[in-house]
Ligand binder design. Sequence first.
Ligand code: GLA
Length: 442
Amino acid sequence: MLDALVPIYGELAERQQERYERLLAHFYSIYGPGPVRVFRAPGRVNLIGEHTDYNHGYVMPVALDRDTLIAARPREDAEVHLANVESEFEPVVFPIHRDIPPAPKGHWSNYARGAAQRLAQEVPHPLRGMDALVDGAPPFGVPRGSGLSSSSAFTVAVALTLAELNNLELERPHLARLCQEAEWYTGTQGGIMDQFCALLARREHALFLDTRPQPDGSFYFDYAHLPTDYELVIADSGVRHSNVLGGYNHRVAECRAAVAILRQHYPGITHLRDVQPIPWSHLEPLLPQVTTLRQLAEQGIAVEGPLPGVGEDDPLKVRARARHVHTENRRVEEALDAMRYRDVERLGQLMVQAHISARDDYEISCPELDALVQAALEVDGVAGARLTGAGWGGCIVALAHRDGVQALEAHLRHRFSRQFGREPHIFICRSAPAAGEVPLEK
Ligand code: GLA
């Protein structure tokens, strides 16, 4: 088993082996002896390119060695029997078809239901179900609610497992798109970054992805080697805002409103990405600072939906939101160049600019994240730091020279606990390969 785990987890493979053995023993205790296959899907940390994906822009995530595992065996019928190693997630059974009723809002199984339903819609024949056991438990699982994409890791793991057990031959970029749409089942209007990263990442590399589908449905993506001698240090603020979902969809609506306004001047555009070649100084005067759906409707401007949770009179700060997306796309392109030229200093500067833009123009930061970024930048050897993920809490990522990592951890703990009375959870991100079956017989 170790031979299969080393390429994924490197020096931590031995500790992972115990986890896999526990998972298999648990699986047999529920479903009985017999053949079993294990699949994994990683979380991610986004280096740069935040809230650009649903605008068809650029992103640059790295897959983490924190992942979700599924041990599974196909069934003769179409039922999914899903258990979880964490007892607070109760076992569920649901049949796979094209219209699976959701469990109550927030129920853990909804990601699996969304994945199964989207796959069922994709193939002309009925799918076989599975007996499955999920393991996303700490310390090896993706920390939940912290902007490291635990939900996509779970969704991708389920979709990949079902696809493999049913011998579906789906190209990975296409599967990523299905997984993105699968997550809409749970109510967020998310982009494709997290699922694409889970399915196409490479160890030691950041994934540069142009999230705008090409006319034939394919995507342009590339890999940039992570800076040698540097570590990605993640510090979790511990802040978990319950309004992430509402805030996120609101930002999606604000971007769509900006597109609707700009379409008056640039007919045919569908996403903010379409105006990327136009200088910001030309776009800025066309966008009001604040508007509402009602005001736009009065001017005959229709915003494309669905816009869940956005009221007619909610303020939409279209100018600042569009400015973030426009400048962020440019930063991601520059960051890719900086990585190619091994210009760590420039990469760090871009990360800091991205944080400021996320804080001031996109308004997705919070005092805890700002304090962590500021503290990180006070440490020698830290090239840059920024919030990562959807925002409103969760984590920062700092790019730190290996020799500065210890000092960084100590300083973050010290500064954060002095200000907020508790310590942030800090860990070094080890990059991991994309999702896949773990060939355990090896
Ligand atoms: C969440 C979404 C992603 C992306 C980020 C913000 O992680 O799932 O699609 O929009 O937020 O960059």
